[in-house]
Design a protein around this ligand. Structure first.
Ligand code: HEM
Length: 120
């Protein structure tokens, strides 16, 4: 386990995929972040296990806005639209390494409105 206040330079992104920190890091396991576990995954920049917003002097200044809005935006989108892939296609989660981690195959999905009265 990496010490909480390590002064060793860490590559922020590789630590998110480090099996010493995360058991089976490539697995999609949203339960890691459920309420009971949430306090273990502080993301405000003091804990290097999970630094999605960076850390230190250049930590993301949009964190408080993102924290309030991302869940709301995502929930609204998923509530209002069903996203369908082209027939016969599956989502490919393989990654392409770079400054930003990208999907190696982009997914193209079509949003279908779930409710007739939906205005967004
Ligand atoms: C889920 C949403 C977001 C994520 C994951 C995110 C992530 C990041 C990360 C990783 C950095 C680099 C931090 C570092 O160098 O240590 C950064 C920087 C930055 N972010 Fe965000 N960000 C998000 C949303 C936002 C929003 C909503 C805003 C503005 C409204 C914003 C504005 C900025 C700015 C201006 C910087 C540059 C800070 C600097 O270099 O001093 N971000 N962000």
């Amino acid at each position: 386990m990496i010490p909480k206040h390590s002064h060793v330079f860490l590559n922020m992104w590789s630590v998110c995929m480090d099996p010493r920190v995360w058991e089976n890091p490539s697995e999609f396991r949203p339960d890691w972040f459920l309420k009971d576990n949430a306090e273990n995954f502080d993301y405000i920049g003091n804990n290097f296990q999970f630094p999605p917003f960076g850390s230190g002097r250049r930590v993301c200044p949009g964190l408080p806005l993102a924290e309030r809005m991302v869940m709301y935006l995502l929930a609204t989108l998923l509530h209002s639209f069903e996203l369908r892939l082209p027939k016969g296609e599956a989502v490919d989660l393989s990654e392409k390494f770079g400054i930003l981690m990208r999907k190696s195959t982009p997914s193209i999905a079509t949003p279908y409105q779930r409710f007739r009265s939906c205005n967004i």
